[in-house]
Design a protein around this ligand. Structure first.
Ligand code: UD1
Length: 364
């Protein structure tokens, strides 16, 4: 029996672990436990995703909650060490690049438990992003590295990782998308908001570099102000961004934008429906750059760099930064210009989680 502990903490982890954990539970060779650190804890940031993705309740919930980077990372480490010292699994599987990912990898590694990292090798080469630090450190102590795109293979090779530890498996987040796309068509989100397909912009915004400073958040709100005069903008808002809008006193500016639908965080199926029917997506998220590439929806990314370059070279993504003129220009081009040629990257086929499990079975 291969004993695995799967770790989740924050919203983007859930759609990555769900297809892996559910498949492991069905395979008699595996005994899989799910630990939720509680980095994200609001119902709309966590529980809804478990339900919609068909994931069982976590076996263990650490309840760490919010805090500074050190508080959050250390909190996960202290609690998880107690559990892993007893469990001593054959491998701890972590996904993505959030604080819970790194915390779990450090704890497991120091207890001499193997670490597998799903979505390994991605690099933005921007160490001011907390996620970049999490990615570099997690990869450096992981024994098994599961990679989504060619750049990940190149980066790990450049960092001297042994080829035998690196596995090009595709994208588990796309597994969840493929599996739920049909079901998402039953969502009534468009009717509820009075929107027509291809006649609105879907937007997300939560990067600290964009929302934690008055000037950058103000600049982005100016852009939204312009865009919503031409096309409705739907923005399910991350708790961090909502807090910052209030903190900087932008509530009135936002309330005046009649074409802006400022909503609570959305569940997985509603957001998938919203994204798949949109004219264009504006985002600073990592995962959404990949999901729009799969869906063939133009994506304008409000960042200066991406750790997911295949979404640009093969996909529908373009990096535009956050200067208003550039953003408006890119928006106009997406609306009125020629669509960009695009294709789905290799192995983004809905079968990445099966590949990972087969590899774990043969190696452990
Ligand atoms: C985290 C990840 C980020 C990921 C994002 C997706 C790190 C370093 N960052 O950022 O990579 O893209 O999740 O959402 O791990 N909050 C709530 N309810 C919740 C969770 C958070 O109100 O359920 C609020 C709290 O005020 C908290 C703030 O959001 O302080 C930020 O949460 P945190 O987990 O620290 O980082 P995210 O910005 O969510």
């Amino acid at each position: 029996m291969i004993r695995i502990v799967n770790i989740v903490g924050a919203r983007p982890n859930f759609m990555k672990i769900a297809p892996i954990h559910r498949r492991m539970l069905k395979r008699s060779e595996f005994s899989a436990k799910l630990i939720h650190t509680g980095q994200h804890y609001d119902e709309k940031m966590s529980k809804t995703f478990f339900e919609e993705l068909g994931m069982p309740e976590p076996d263990i919930y650490l309840g760490i909650g919010s805090g500074s980077h050190a508080v959050q990372t250390a909190g996960v480490m202290i609690e998880l060490e107690k559990i892993l010292s007893k469990e001593k699994p054959d491998l701890v599987l972590v996904v993505g690049d959030v604080n819970s990912t790194l915390a779990a990898a450090i704890v497991a590694s120091k207890l001499h438990v193997k670490v597998g990292h799903v979505e390994a090798g991605l690099r933005s080469f921007d160490r001011s992003m907390p996620e970049e630090i999490n990615r570099i450190l997690t990869d450096s102590i992981s024994e098994m590295l599961f990679v989504t795109e060619q750049s990940g293979l190149d980066n790990l090779a450049n960092e001297g990782k042994d080829d035998n530890q690196v596995f090009f498996v595709g994208n588990v987040m796309i597994d969840s998308l493929v599996e739920h796309l049909e079901k998402a068509q039953d969502s009534t989100i468009l009717q509820d908001l009075g929107l027509q397909p291809r006649n609105y912009v879907a937007m997300t915004l939560h990067r600290p570099s964009n929302v934690d400073h008055k000037e950058s958040l103000g600049r982005i709100l100016q852009v939204i102000h312009k865009i919503q005069q031409e096309l409705a903008v739907v923005l399910p808002i991350h708790p961090r961004t909502r807090k910052m809008i209030e903190h900087f006193g932008f509530q009135d500016d936002v309330a005046q934008m009649k074409g802006l639908h400022l909503l609570d965080p959305m569940g997985y199926l509603d957001f998938l429906r919203l994204m798949s029917q949109s004219r264009v997506v504006l985002t600073d998220s990592g995962g959404i750059q990949e999901e729009t590439t799969y869906l063939g929806i133009p994506c304008i990314t409000l960042r200066e760099n991406t750790e997911r370059p295949v979404t640009i070279t093969l996909g529908t993504n373009q990096l535009v930064g956050t200067q208003p003129e550039q953003l408006i220009k890119a928006f106009d081009a997406a609306l009125h210009g020629q669509p960009k040629d695009h294709q789905v990257p290799p192995l983004w086929d809905g079968k990445a989680s099966e590949r990972i499990i087969d590899i774990l079975q043969s190696q452990l």
